[in-house]
Structures are given as structure tokens and as C-alpha cells.
Design a protein around this ligand. Structure first.
Ligand code: SAM
Length: 343
């Protein structure tokens, strides 16, 4: 009796997996996301096999410098929103950013992600000089500083930045509007398309578990990554942040986040997919298993200690202190324990 049940379960999930390989549709993705736990295992296995086939055992480690938490926007979910008067604001000077990047490069990181809130204090020229200095260390520079003018993106490309991360956050225009008093989904997508037109490798992504989100929304989020031509995607749970209008909302689930990640790997075999920090915050043990569900990237914070706690997008208990070289060695060891090879 039990054997028959297991067989039936497997064949239903396998049928969905077959559908996915012949024709990716929001309906099939949403059905897969809704499967009971034991049925979804087929997708985790497929995601892991796809990842190993396309990427080998390699996990790309990238250093992220969160160089400013000053923000002009008011996204309802984000602790850095301009109306949050409870956090101490900072901008890192060029010399500090370059010193931190040099230390990260010395520790073995080949890619430096320069991320900040939307901070106009960094004029296009000021940031171009920083990008040029970090590029001259021999590292790949990824920028993630939000929505700016096409001319500014062009200047930073000329200064040496080759990749840009800008999550679309949610593919549902109505939900986007409800969460972002300062902009529309179309404006964000225009930025991503413009960046791609300039020759950047682009990374987008979305949050899982936003209030009002449905499984169909997540399915559309996954499909939008392909429409945009993304090379990378950050998929993390929504984590309620104190001092924001969404502080009392339910957070996203680690399991659903991991499912979205696995499906994204199956649909886009070559995409760079981090095991996100937000996932490690709500479930460190599950983040580790994300490497068996399609993830092939880790973005490790190297932000100096005196700033790190103030980059409080959401609460991160046990944030600890940064020692770039030691942290890198520890991370290498952890990745190897998962039978992966850190790069
Ligand atoms: N300013 C840049 C931008 O707009 O892309 C980068 C900084 S922004 C703080 C980085 C990311 O944090 C956002 O893309 C968003 O997905 C994520 N984020 C913000 N608040 C969050 C929350 N409460 N839970 C999970 N992720 C959150």
C-alpha cells in the first residue's frame, strides 16, 4: 500500500518536472512550489544535478562592501528606509572602501561587490573614481547602488564595473506599488534593461514571502529573470524589520525560498545563484543545504566592523565581527565540508 502511494507521489512530481523541461509556465512553476515536502525532493535532486553538470563543484565566493546606509527611498520592508530615524547613518570614504577591497583581494576574493542604499552623496563622478581604484586592484567590480540615471551607469561601466545587481523585488506591479512609495516596477525594470544595453552582466532577484505575494507571483518572478536576460539572481526570504511599516508582518519561509531557488536553477542552468544572506539569517542550516539545491555563489560581508551593524536592512542576530582573512579561511573550510570547492 505504502509503496503504491510513494510511486504515485513520485510520478506526479516527475510529471511536473517533465512539463518544466518541455515548457516553462507560471502554472507549472506554481504547482511545483505547492507540492508537499516529500514530493518536492525530485526537484531538489534535479536542481543539484543541473548545478553540478553546469557549474561543477565550484562555489564562487564574492566579497561585499556595504559602503553606505543612507537612503533616499522609503521601501516599506527595508530597515534602511529614509524615514527610519533609529539607525545611525554612515558613508564610507573612498580610502576606506579601497583599503577594505584591497584586504579582501589579499584574502583571495576575485570579485568585490560595492553595495549601498540609494545615496546621492556618492555623485556619479565620486563613485566612478572609487570603481576605478577598486578595479585597479585586479578585481572584478560589481555595483549595487540602486536606481540611477543611464548616464551614471555608463560612466561607472567606463570606470571598470562589469556587473550590476538590482533586484526587481516582486514581479507583481500592484504589490510593487503597495511596497514602494518612491517608484514603480516599470522604472526598476527600465534600469535593468538599460544596464544590460550598456553591456553590464545584470543580476536581479526577489523576496519570497512578501505580504500579499502568491505562488503565482513567485512563478512570475522566476520567469521575469529570464525575460530580463539576467546572469545572476538573488532569491531571499522577506525578513520583517523593526522600525518599518511591515515590522509585524509574517516573514518568508526558508523552505519556500529554497524551492524558488531550486526551480530557478532548473529553468536557468547557467545562472549565478547565491545562497543569500537573508536565508542564512532565518535558517543557517538551510542555507548550507542551498548548495545542494542549486546555489553556486556566496556573498560574504567584508564591511568594516564599525559600520557593519548599521547596515541593518533586517535584524541579523549573531552578526559577529569581521576579520576578512580569517573569515575567508573559515568559509573555505565550510564549503569544502559540503563537498564543494571554493573559488
Ligand atoms: N540600494 C540597492 C538596491 O536598491 O538594489 C541595494 C541595497 S538594498 C538594501 C538590497 C536588498 O535588500 C534589496 O534589493 C532587497 O531585496 C533586500 N531587502 C531589503 N529589506 C529586506 C527585508 N526586510 N527582508 C529581506 N530582504 C530585504
Amino acid at each position: 500500500m505504502r509503496v503504491i502511494k510513494v510511486k504515485r507521489i513520485k510520478s506526479c512530481a516527475e510529471e511536473l518536472l517533465r512539463d518544466l523541461s518541455s515548457c516553462v509556465s507560471p502554472g507549472v512553476l506554481a504547482q511545483a512550489l505547492a507540492l508537499p515536502e516529500e514530493e518536492f525532493l525530485v526537484f531538489y535532486t534535479a536542481a543539484n544535478e543541473t548545478c553540478l553538470r553546469e557549474k561543477g563543484k565550484f562555489v564562487h565566493l564574492r566579497a561585499i562592501i556595504e559602503f553606505s546606509n543612507c537612503c533616499r527611498r522609503q521601501c516599506y520592508y527595508c530597515g534602511l528606509r529614509s524615514e527610519n530615524r533609529r539607525i545611525e547613518r554612515y558613508h564610507m570614504e573612498k580610502s576606506e572602501i579601497v583599503e577594505t577591497a584591497a584586504e579582501a583581494a589579499e584574502a583571495g576574493y576575485k570579485t568585490i561587490i560595492l553595495q549601498s542604499a540609494e545615496d546621492p552623496w556618492y555623485t556619479a563622478d565620486k563613485l566612478a573614481v572609487i570603481v576605478e581604484a577598486v578595479t585597479s586592484l585586479g578585481t572584478i567590480v560589481t555595483l549595487s547602488v540602486g536606481e540611477r540615471d543611464p548616464e551614471e551607469y555608463r560612466l561607472w561601466k567606463e570606470a571598470g564595473a562589469t556587473r550590476y545587481l538590482l533586484k526587481h523585488e516582486t514581479a507583481d506591479p500592484g504589490l510593487y506599488r503597495a511596497l514602494h512609495p518612491c517608484g514603480t516596477l516599470e522604472e526598476r525594470l527600465d534600469c535593468l534593461r538599460g544596464l544590460r544595453g550598456l553591456g553590464y552582466e545584470i543580476g536581479s532577484g526577489f523576496m519570497v514571502g512578501l505580504p500579499g505575494q502568491t505562488l503565482e507571483t513567485i512563478a512570475n518572478d522566476i520567469l521575469l529573470l529570464g525575460d530580463l536576460g539576467c546572469e545572476m539572481a538573488g532569491i531571499g526570504p522577506f525578513v520583517p524589520s523593526p522600525d518599518t511599516p511591515l515590522k509585524d508582518a509574517d516573514g518568508g519561509s526558508a523552505e519556500l525560498t529554497k524551492r524558488a531557488l531550486a526551480l530557478t536553477r532548473i529553468v536557468y542552468p547557467g545562472m549565478a545563484l547565491p545562497a543569500t544572506t537573508a536565508l542564512s539569517v532565518i535558517a543557517p542550516e538551510i542555507r548550507d543545504t542551498a548548495f545542494g539545491a542549486g546555489a553556486d555563489v556566496v556573498m560574504k560581508t567584508v564591511t568594516p566592523n564599525r559600520y557593519r551593524k548599521h547596515y541593518a536592512i533586517y535584524p541579523a542576530p549573531g552578526i559577529g565581527t569581521t576579520n576578512i582573512a580569517e573569515d575567508r579561511l573559515k568559509l573555505d573550510g565550510k564549503i569544502r565540508l559540503l563537498d564543494r570547492i571554493p573559488l
